[in-house]
Design a protein around this ligand. Structure first.
Ligand code: DLZ
Ligand code: SF4
Length: 519
């Protein structure tokens, strides 16, 4: 029986279930670069380079193993631009008896895939994506048993199930979570390790030329491009993280420093999410470092929790709640995304820095995404769809299944608390404590009102006022609401006036001047 085996751009793993039991004499692997995927959001140029170059390298590795690969390039004049169109051409050419796929990561693609069997009159075997620790069915069973599902409990079950960082049936070190030992402020003189860059080879340079020409209007710098595009390079990046960064990863997990876009973060999420590395091998490498005495338990536990806990949990939430999940808008946020999310042209130094680094690297670390751009989007009441499209486009590791719950649930609280127990709203004081952004800002983080006041200070209280009916009953919001209630009616009116002036005028210096006169 001849099978056509589908490998999507985020399934670049040799042990992928769709490639299981391959008959090299008959079977053909199908891979396609298609406009549908490169443009459904205006992906950062480096993100497109990573995916296409990693796809080409992966195909080459399969071919050198003696497998047959039907590979369609984006610049093939006959390319129809869609998975369905390319599959139709491949089926006509190879005349397979059946199709074999691994379940796709994205709802949109799963819907498309659901039609292929009838469309092509061929049996389609959709196999589980066993690169995840927790299958979709397994997550559904866990979630069915509870009214509210918090990550921490899910994570404990995953620890028990996998045996990662366990001593028999007890967690290593006697506790499940060591976060109280993590998250320190970064000492001024500590210099984080220099990160590896992988020089683009001829294949990557060819893709860069294609992307430069075809996606010139997409956000982000094309060069320098230093991401790993093969499994061998990704493994090297993993080794470097484990030896040079993991020991201090926990301590400085929430720190932010100007000019240090990577700090001690792993920066392996792009490789995990497109398949060059697997979650299992990454967690095992971290555990080995702990057992060998090379990294403290607090750091290793914190890192493993991100992958075994959080990453699996958000995927579970995505599949359990799509497609309705993305339509919720619990805080009824409808303001449009300001241009400065794309241009970085704003007097708010924190936003300008994060957007600038994002443009350069297609990357920002989690606390920049959550507490700078994300916090602003939450406080300003930006429309979830627009914010989500932005995150999906600009970050190299962003795929819908992981981006959507993180942005919609964690950052914007648009799911009304399904994922997070409270909105992650913070004023300028938090940003000032965790970063060195405020010193170089046109605004004053200590000012609470007037033209010089940090917009986060005004927007924070305005957010609480605007969402009083929706959030005041949340026990985890009791403290800020008590403080708000102690404020005079005049002060509250002043906050509303200044916040609306900012939100309507942007932080255009002229308008800000005008807004100061209006006060
Ligand atoms: C993100 C992406 C891009 C930019 N390009 C392609 C592509 O040309 N071909 C492909 O197979 N996959 C691409 N991807 C990743 C897909 O969007 C991803 O496989 C789906 O979202 C999974 O459901
Ligand atoms: Fe950001 Fe406010 Fe600090 Fe400026 S003062 S960098 S706007 S937090």
């Amino acid at each position: 029986m001849k099978s056509l085996r589908l490998v999507l751009g985020d399934q670049l793993t040799r042990s992928l279930s769709a490639l299981d039991g391959m008959d090299p004499a008959q079977d053909v692997v199908f891979m396609a670069e298609v406009a549908q995927e490169t443009t459904y959001v205006p992906h950062h140029k480096q993100k497109i380079v990573l995916i296409l170059s990693a796809m080409r390298h992966f195909a080459e590795e399969l071919i050198s193993e003696g497998l047959r690969v039907h590979y369609v390039r984006l610049d093939d004049p006959a390319n129809t631009g869609s998975f369905t169109g390319e599959l139709a051409r491949a089926i006509a050419l190879h005349q397979p008896d059946r199709l074999i796929a691994t379940e796709p990561g994205e709802w949109r693609v799963a819907q498309m895939m659901g039609e292929w069997s009838a469309q092509f009159s061929l049996p389609l075997d959709i196999r589980e994506d066993d690169r995840f620790f927790c299958s979709r069915g397994r997550f559904a069973r866990w979630a069915d048993e509870r009214k509210s599902y918090r990550m921490e409990f899910f994570y404990r079950e995953m620890r028990r199930e996998t045996g990662l960082l366990m001593q028999g049936d007890k967690p290593e070190g006697g506790e499940w979570n060591f976060d109280k030992e993590n998250r320190k402020a970064l000492p001024a003189r500590l210099a984080p390790p220099k990160r590896q860059r992988f020089e683009p080879d001829a294949m990557t340079r060819e893709v860069m030329a294609l992307v430069g020409e075809r996606f010139a209007d997409h956000f982000g710098d094309l060069a320098p491009f230093g991401w790993a595009v093969t499994r061998a390079e990704a493994l090297e990046a993993l080794d470097h993280f484990i030896s040079a960064c993991l020991p201090l990863y926990g301590d400085y997990q929430d720190a932010i420093k100007v000019g240090e876009p990577f700090l001690y973060h792993s920066i392996i999420s792009p490789y995990l999410n497109c398949g060059l590395l697997t979650a299992r091998e990454v967690c095992m490498a971290a555990e080995r470092a702990f057992r060998a005495g090379q990294a403290p338990l607090s750091a290793v536990e914190g890192f493993i929790r991100q992958i075994l806990g959080w990453r699996e949990y958000v995927r579970g939430i995505y599949w359990r709640h799509m497609p309705d999940y993305e339509d919720t808008n619990a805080l009824e946020a409808h303001r449009p995304l300001p241009d400065f999310f794309w241009t970085g042209e704003t007097r708010m130094n924190c936003i300008a820095q994060v957007v600038g680094e994002t443009r350069q690297n297609a990357y920002a670390h989690h606390i920049q995404r959550l507490m700078i751009t994300g916090n602003f989007a939450l406080l300003a009441g930006l429309e979830p769809r627009a914010v989500e499209a932005w995150y999906l486009a600009v970050y190299i590791d962003a795929f819908d299944w992981v981006e959507l719950p993180n942005t919609h649930g964690m950052v914007l609280f648009a799911d009304g608390g399904l994922l997070a127990s409270k909105p992650y709203a913070a004023s300028g004081a938090y940003i000032n404590r965790m970063s060195d952004y405020c010193g170089g800002c046109a605004y004053d983080v200590k000012e609470k009102s007037g033209a010089k006041a940090c917009p986060f200070n005004i927007l924070y209280w305005h957010f609480l006022i605007e969402n009083h009916a929706r959030l005041a009953g949340n026990p985890r919001m009791a403290m800020p609401y008590r403080t708000l209630e102690k404020m005079s009616a005049e002060r509250r009116a002043e906050i509303t006036r200044e916040a609306l002036a900012f939100l309507e005028g942007g932080d255009n210096p002229q308008k800000v001047g005008q807004f100061a006169l209006d006060l």
